[in-house]
Design a protein around this ligand. Structure first.
Ligand code: BZD
Length: 834
């Protein structure tokens, strides 16, 4: 806010504003400076962790300067000259992973930092390994938000993210006796150099209480919510650097704190303990990330998290808008808000409450503003994942919001009634309120009705939501509200950072690193796909990456694998719909087959390492049993001398973003084998193929669009199609269909104790037998095994495989998150680059 400084002092400010140099000397100096001041350590007691911290603070200084430049000068937030329309991405999860390497690469500072840290006696790779992941997310949805932030920054969009600063991120997974154990992720033990506490920015968030009515000066009935509890939201900002641009955007994470004012009533009555108790309760709100992906948990604390976050974020946005003195009607021209799934849907009644109750707007005008502001992204059709909040719980926690939701529903149903008179069924189907016991609020319906655009995350998924969960809304709202935005991934992290050798080779071949910002340029590799020398360079890098993973596997599991084997990888959250169970059943089939082979037959076998990774929700019993089965099968197979390197089974514990960066570049093939129609998109499929891997997958989510891009020589698709699933389930349920015989044989092996105490796995087997195989493992098993055989055949032809691998990477241009973000910006947000 230099503008407010008197001119004499302004000169002084300018005189003393000396930009930090990016040369090795300046960098080394800043690292030493942070060692002795920020860390209060000396060169005599430094270790790698200290080296990381000092280096991180040095990098952070640079990000803060760029952040200031972006926020104050470029966006003109203190000048109101430019003041562009902004987009706010509301996500309850941001799965950012590590920041330091990403920042160094984004700013082109990897080399001088490597050199400076070397001069101080460190190896930069060791320092980078000291950083803990920021793991404030469950899986795909949270990682997508992180990739989108990267693209928004890189493409120079004026954007902010809003999230919660959980004290505990997603739990750490330990494997004990083959079972998953959860360890709390207290990631803030040491200070977090990547966040800027903004203790001066805080917002009061009300809860509970009651609503009263009064007449305003115009005789209009108005509502006033008198809260029963108020909690303070304090801002922590995390700068997100764009790649090869100084644009540095912000994610504002809210942390709950007790109010500044102590509850004097308790305090004065001498009940000091009670007063302190209440303070502690406030901090609970942002204490822990709910560890369930694709599953709704109807706990009050979760609802509190959602409102706490939405309320703070919205008031922050409104405060910024109000500074510009524009009329409310211009709010949607200045502000776009994207709802990442239904988790932030309370922003809808909250914006209505502010506009109607606090600002005195008429309902219709407020509603018009609201619908022009919001966009809504759906990420799932699984019924158990769709958010429904109980009406009594909402009424208790947020009494005014419940009234507003009922009013939104009333006005909406009135318009439906007008267009479709006497269709009571239709009214019940589209009602935001479900007439269950007790009643509940269908958050997805509220989000659809309140947003000008609703999108799915891959073409098939966007079609399915129109045909199923939102079908009646096509009739009522018209088809234009619904659109597709196929997901994308950032090539900066998922190619350049995770696979630097490959990125360098590509740059050498294409003449520059431009492909990192214009991913379709990768197509230029196609013409070398058949070039023997290039194939060798390409596959040498793949081999090196496999050795790197081999070392990680040895370190984390003790298992030794052969990097020449085919690396077959399935890493993702453990879920029945993702069918890791089918994968391990396939492995058992392979094992049984190998056991029956003679020496000559074994000579022909392609050695395979089957690699699993992923967390199960702590309360998801069946998913946890799948982990146990994988480890039991591994135990048996890996110690079978008769099998040796022909088959290895590995479960890598504690799969997270930084481990993914090692796993993904080492894949020959990866599995994405959800029951058709259940995986909305998938994004790791894109990461694997971008790194030159082939896919073994079902005709589901983004697999389909990947197939369309890379061609059927590069992908092994199998299994039932989504249109068939409903009928197939019906058949499984009501007709006595015999189980696939190969599957039957595999299950027999489990049941006869080949992999340890069989009774342990009975509940798992029951999901197929007693449970009528909802995810259609028996139906798809035959074609799954056939596709696996095709993979083996293909892998035998090394030259052809190298060509396929190159073509995979070359044809992945579409799946950059830059492409996705540009589509959102154009079709949904209506924003330009700043
Ligand atoms: O979102 C995932 C989908 O399952 C993937 O198919 C898709 O690619 C990604 C990104 O669009 N959904 C989730 O990850 N969902 C959750 O993690 C989640 C978390 C809490 C509550 C509900 C769902």
């Amino acid at each position: 806010e230099l503008a407010q400084v008197p001119s004499e002092q302004k000169a002084a400010w300018e005189k003393y504003t000396v930009p930090e140099g990016n040369d090795v000397d300046s960098i080394a100096r800043s690292i030493v400076h942070h060692t002795t001041t920020t860390l209060a350590r000396t060169p005599y007691n430094m270790d790698d962790f200290g080296g990381y911290q000092a280096t991180a603070h040095s990098v952070r200084d640079k990000l803060i300067q760029d952040w200031n430049e972006t926020q104050q000068v470029r966006y003109g937030w203190y000048h109101t000259i430019k003041d562009p329309k902004r987009v706010y991405y509301l996500s309850l999860e941001f799965l950012l992973g590590r920041a330091m390497d990403n920042a160094l690469l984004a700013r082109g500072l990897k080399e001088p930092y490597t050199e400076a840290t070397k001069q101080l006696g460190f190896k930069i790779e060791d320092l980078l390994e000291e950083e803990r992941d920021a793991a404030l997310g469950n899986g795909g949805l949270g990682r997508l938000a992180a990739c989108y932030m990267d693209s928004l920054a890189t493409l120079d969009y004026p954007a902010w993210g809003y999230g919660l600063r959980y004290t505990y991120g997603i739990f750490q997974q330990k494997i004990v006796d083959g079972y998953q154990n959860e360890v709390p992720d207290y990631w803030l033990t040491y200070d977090n150099p990547w966040e800027l506490p903004r203790l001066d920015i805080s917002i009061e968030v009300p809860f509970y209480g009651h609503v009263s009515k009064y007449s305003d000066e115009n005789g209009r009935t108005r509502h006033k919510w008198e809260a029963g509890e108020i909690v303070q939201a304090v801002a922590y900002d995390v700068p997100i650097p764009g790649f090869d641009t100084n644009n540095t955007i912000n994610i504002r994470f809210w942390s709950s704190k007790p109010r500044k004012e102590f509850d004097l009533a308790y305090f004065n009555s001498g009940d000091y303990n009670r007063a302190v108790e209440d303070q502690k309760k406030a901090e609970n709100i942002t204490s822990v990330l709910y560890p369930n992906d694709n599953h709704m948990v109807g706990k009050e604390l979760r609802l509190k998290q959602q409102y706490f976050w939405v309320c703070a974020s919205l008031h922050d946005i409104l405060r910024r808008f109000k500074k510009t003195d524009r009329p409310w009607s211009e709010f949607p021209d200045q502000v776009a808000i994207q709802l990442n799934d239904t988790h932030p849907t309370l922003a809808v009644p909250e914006l209505m409450r502010v506009l109607v109750d606090l600002e005195g707007l008429e309902w219709d005008e407020a509603w018009n503003i609201t619908t022009r502001t919001f966009g809504f992204t759906n990420h799932t059709v699984l019924p158990e994942a769709l958010e429904k909040w109980s009406v009594p719980m909402l009424e208790h926690l947020l009494p005014r919001h419940l009234q507003i939701i009922f009013d939104i529903n009333l006005y909406f149903l009135q318009t439906v009634e007008k267009s479709f008179p006497n269709d009571r069924d239709l009214l019940a189907t589209v009602s935001i309120i479900e007439e269950s016991q007790p009643q509940s609020v269908r958050m997805a319906f509220l989000a659809v009705i309140a947003s000008h655009k609703v999108n799915g995350v891959a073409a098939l998924h966007s079609q399915i939501i129109k045909d199923t969960i939102f079908a009646p809304f096509i009739k009522v709202l018209g088809p234009d509200r619904f659109t597709n935005k196929t997901n994308g991934i950032t090539p900066r992290r998922w190619l350049h950072q995770a696979n630097p050798d490959l990125s360098n080779l590509i740059a050498k071949k294409l003449g520059s690193f431009k492909f990192l910002k214009e991913l379709s340029l990768l197509d230029g590799l196609s013409k070398y796909a058949n070039d023997a020398a290039f194939q060798k360079e390409w596959m040498d890098i793949k081999y090196k990456n496999k050795v790197r993973l081999t070392n990680l596997i040895k370190e984390r599991t003790g298992i030794e694998v052969n990097p020449n084997a085919l690396f077959d990888i399935q890493v993702k959250r453990i879920h029945e719909y993702k069918r890791q169970f089918m994968n391990i059943l396939g492995v058992i089939h392979r094992y049984a087959k190998l056991k029956k082979m003679n020496a000559a037959q074994r000579k022909e076998v392609v050695p395979r390492v089957v690699i699993f990774g992923g967390k199960a929700a702590p309360g998801y019993y069946i998913a946890k049993l799948v982990i146990k089965l994988i480890n039991s099968v591994g135990e048996k197979v890996n110690n079978d001398k008769d099998i040796g390197d022909l088959l290895k089974v590995v479960f890598i514990p504690d799969y997270n973003v930084s481990v993914a960066e090692v796993i993904i570049p080492a894949n020959d093939i990866s599995q994405h084998i959800s029951t058709a129609g259940t995986e909305a998109s998938g994004t790791s499929n894109m990461k694997f193929v971008l790194n030159g891997g082939l896919i073994l997958g079902t005709v589901d989510g983004a697999n389909i669009e990947i197939y369309e891009e890379i061609g059927d020589d590069q992908i092994f698709l199998f299994g039932a199609r989504s249109e068939q699933v409903e009928d197939l389930r019906h058949v499984q349920r009501y007709r006595n269909v015999p189980m696939n015989p190969e599957l039957q044989a595999v299950i027999h092996l489990i049941e006869n104790g080949t992999f340890g105490e069989p009774h342990i796995f009975q509940p798992l087997i029951n999901t197929i037998t007693v449970g009528k195989d909802y995810y259609l493992i028996s139906v798809d098993f035959g074609s799954y095994l056939e596709s696996n055989d095709l993979v083996d055949e293909a892998f035998k032809d090394k030259k052809a495989w190298a060509q396929k691998s190159i073509l995979c990477t070359a044809r992945m241009g579409k799946f950059s998150s830059d492409r996705a973000i540009k589509e959102y910006a154009e079709d949904i947000w209506n924003i330009d680059v700043s």
